[in-house]
Design a protein around this ligand. Structure first.
Ligand code: PEP
Ligand code: MN
Length: 347
């Protein structure tokens, strides 16, 4: 349930509602907008007590939260969230491009990629240290060694780092090295991992599971927010369909829908979304056109030699071309303004 305070509500009236929400057995979550305050009653409690607050002083209305996800919902927080990752703002006006290799393979490979993607205009660096591979015989990542290389690359280039965390055991170590922790598609519903990441003070990049609905994806994000971590960025990376020509089916409608339903920033991963070098530029432009707040793209100095995901990785020249395609004028024209998104709060 949401208690919408009136524009004229006093601080005392707001505090009274917060207390009453708690007394009714719910957790109060307060969003202070420029003109009005919203108090969300989250969890399970005595609903009739919240409904009765309709007549409390300073209250304009009490409405049901329409979706099963609450804190993630635009109803609870109508204004878009901007997530700060080591000084880079995701969800603000600029489209943020994160680039780097699928896996960190060596110091030289990561450093040359970091310099190249920075020069081309990327503002964050990606690189896997712990790799979720379909086959146990495939390269599994360099682990701690890769984390150290990533950290050095950040020190040298200033690019904040995002890297995947696969297990609760690795969370503390990865937090020491990275600016943002990625939950990979295969772990989207690893609830123990989500609960643990809800307690950290680093932002989380939450990829959509290959067979997850948008609702399941947003509920996975709800685990993070309800556990205390509000710094969450969603990432569409393609889903499984009957199509076999692309590695996954890039669901661009889901980018627009997630931004409509949630205040969290949404970025797109055209590399895993298509699995094909040749499609990355077009799908990057399309993702921005539907409102993506950023892109995450795999780049390798020599894709044919990559230890993972070479066929979908761009070389430096190809990445530069992608960056030119998503240049500032396109980003400004194509990005739908937030006001275009109709809020469908249910009375
Ligand atoms: C990756 O980013 O390299 C990766 C493994 O992504 P996903 O979890 O989307 O497959
Ligand atoms: Mn990859």
């Amino acid at each position: 349930m949401i208690v919408n305070m009136s524009e004229a509500a006093t601080e005392e009236q707001i505090n009274h509602i917060i207390d009453r929400v708690r007394e009714a057995g719910y957790q109060p979550h307060v969003t202070r907008g420029t003109t009005r305050t919203i108090v969300a009653a989250v969890g399970s409690g005595r609903r009739h007590e919240i409904e009765a607050l309709r007549v409390a002083p300073g209250v304009e209305d009490v409405v049901q939260i329409a979706q099963p996800f609450k804190l993630v919902s635009r109803q609870v927080k109508p204004h878009r969230s901007v997530i700060d990752v080591g000084g880079v703002k995701i969800g603000d006006d600029a489209v943020v491009v994160i680039a780097g290799p699928c896996s960190v393979e060596s110091r030289e490979q990561l450093f040359s990629t970091a310099h190249a993607v920075k020069k081309a205009g990327a503002s964050m660096l990606r690189g896997g240290a712990y790799k979720p591979r379909t086959s146990p015989y495939d390269f599994q990542g360099l682990g701690v060694e890769a984390l150290k290389i990533l950290r050095e690359a950040r020190e040298e280039t200033g690019l904040p780092i995002v890297t995947e965390v696969m297990s609760t055991e690795d969370v503390d170590l990865i937090c020491e090295h990275a600016d943002m922790l990625q939950v990979g598609a295969r772990n989207m519903q690893n609830f123990a991992l989500l609960r643990r990441l809800a307690t950290i003070e680093k932002p989380v990049l939450l990829k959509r599971g290959p067979s997850a609905t948008v609702k399941e994806w947003l509920l996975a994000a709800e685990y993070l927010l309800s556990g205390g971590n509000h710094d969450v960025v969603l990432c569409e990376r393609g889903i499984k369909t009957f199509e076999t020509e692309t590695r996954n089916t890039m669901d661009l409608a889901a980018v627009a829908l997630a931004r409509e339903l949630s205040h969290l920033p949404v970025i797109a991963d055209p590399s895993h979304g298509t699995g094909r070098q040749s499609l990355i530029a077009a799908v990057s432009r399309a993702a921005i056109a539907v409102g993506a707040d950023g892109l995450i793209v795999e780049v390798h100095p020599c894709p044919e030699r990559a230890l993972s995901d070479g066929v979908q990785s761009l070389d430096f020249a190809q990445f530069e071309q992608v960056m030119q395609g998503v240049s500032e004028p396109l980003r400004k024209i194509a990005r739908p303004r937030m006001e275009e998104v109709v809020l469908r709060a249910q009375a």
